[in-house]
Design a protein around this ligand. Structure first.
Ligand SMILES: *Cc1c(COP(=O)(O)O)cnc(C)c1O
Length: 358
């Protein structure tokens, strides 16, 4: 039986990936040299389509890594000399904070209260903090930090770089990139691609900061140093052999998303999220985990289950509908449902029908 994956990453592939994959094999994309003109054309095409999808301003460079996890490490190594501050709404934003600590930085954090995003009124970020990190969509808890909060950070704290994790919200998120400096995601969530590719978007402020740290001899990165990556990227080149196949597929999927239109993708996402939250609100055995609607994620819907979440997960799995369990300590008491651009209204309605029966 062919299953439908509603897991929050890896998830159901974007519905055009199968055709693009066939075409990629026909073109022998996985065999081409990453130093060839053919690869440069692929990189350039993917960057162009991504710029359009995300409305990325010119000052930004599009870089490729292996994962978002790698980007945490590269960001700390290249852009923080001493101090960072982290808004923590769950396990992923906590991991970025931990990475900074592990690499010897003086990392500070503000943690949202249970079921809430970090309250902006509680923040008091010291003047000498060099970078503020946060996740727009905390995939582990289903908490979304409102865009207005992110913009408020820039107004209140104009000096530090702002690094935003949009792993499970891009391209749904309609972010003004002029108000932040570093934005990143990996492709196995909302873009519906095979895992193994991270996209690191950096502006000139971030690059300048990296240059400053390097000039003092304090840069910690050897493999994939930010300034080196940016230099290579100016010729559509990479510092090591990249995931050429995924870069090719990302360009194709971004192109399809541009044809469909981001307004349409956002409208559909909002509709499907409303259907899912309505179902959970009415359900006898489920409860929406994030009560404050201002913080409810549209792309990762999290519900508390009355008893072990494994029962409902298994029931749905028998029907070919694969949903996620809770993350970390919430494994047995939550279910998580991905509402990504690849999931059609019909698929979400099918899932809701079955949820209602169990
Ligand atoms: C999945 C996820 C990550 C980690 O992505 P990898 O590709 O596994 O490194 C980071 N942040 C968020 C919000 C995620 O959902």
């Amino acid at each position: 039986m062919k299953k439908i994956y509603f897991t929050p990453g890896p998830s159901q592939l974007f519905y055009t990936v199968e055709e693009h994959l066939k075409q990629a094999l026909k073109l022998q994309v996985p065999s081409i040299s990453h130093r060839s003109q053919q690869f440069k054309d692929i990189y350039s095409h993917t960057a162009k389509e991504l710029r359009a999808v995300l409305k990325l301003p010119d000052g930004y460079t599009v870089l490729f890594t292996n994962s978002a996890t790698e980007i945490w490490e590269r960001t700390v190594q290249s852009c923080i000399e001493k101090k960072s501050f982290h808004l923590v709404n769950g396990a992923f934003s906590e991991k970025f904070y931990q990475t900074a600590k592990l690499l010897g930085k003086e990392a500070m954090k503000a943690v949202g209260s249970e079921g809430n995003a970090v309250n902006m009124d509680d923040l008091d970020i010291p003047d000498d903090v060099e970078l503020i990190g946060l996740a727009h969509n905390e995939t582990s808890t289903g908490i979304s930090q409102p865009l207005s909060d992110i913009y408020e950070l820039r107004e209140k704290y104009p000096n530090p770089l702002i690094a935003v994790d949009v792993v499970s919200s891009a391209p749904y998120i309609d972010l003004d990139f002029n108000k932040v400096d570093i934005v990143y995601f990996s492709v196995q969530k909302c873009f519906g691609l095979p895992a193994g590719l991270g996209v690191w978007l950096v502006n000139e402020r971030a690059i300048d900061k990296a240059k400053k740290i390097e000039s003092k001899g304090l840069n910690q990165a050897k493999y994939r140093q930010l300034t080196h990556m940016v230099e290579e990227a100016s010729r559509y080149q990479t510092t090591s052999t990249p995931n050429v196949l995924d870069i090719y597929l990302l360009g194709k999927v971004a192109e399809d998303m541009n044809v469909k239109g981001l307004d349409m993708i956002r409208r559909e996402t909002n509709y499907k999220a409303a259907v899912l939250y309505h179902c959970i609100n009415e359900h006898p055995y489920l409860e929406v985990f994030i009560k404050n609607t201002a913080y409810q994620s549209k792309t990762t819907i999290v519900a508390k289950t009355k008893d072990s979440s494994q029962k409902i997960i298994e029931k749905l799995s028998e029907l070919g509908l694969v949903i996620g369990s809770g993350y970390g300590k919430h494994k047995d008491e939550h279910i998580r449902i991905a509402n990504f651009p690849t999931h059609s209204k019909e698929q979400i309605e099918l899932l809701v029908d079955q949820l209602n029966k169990h």
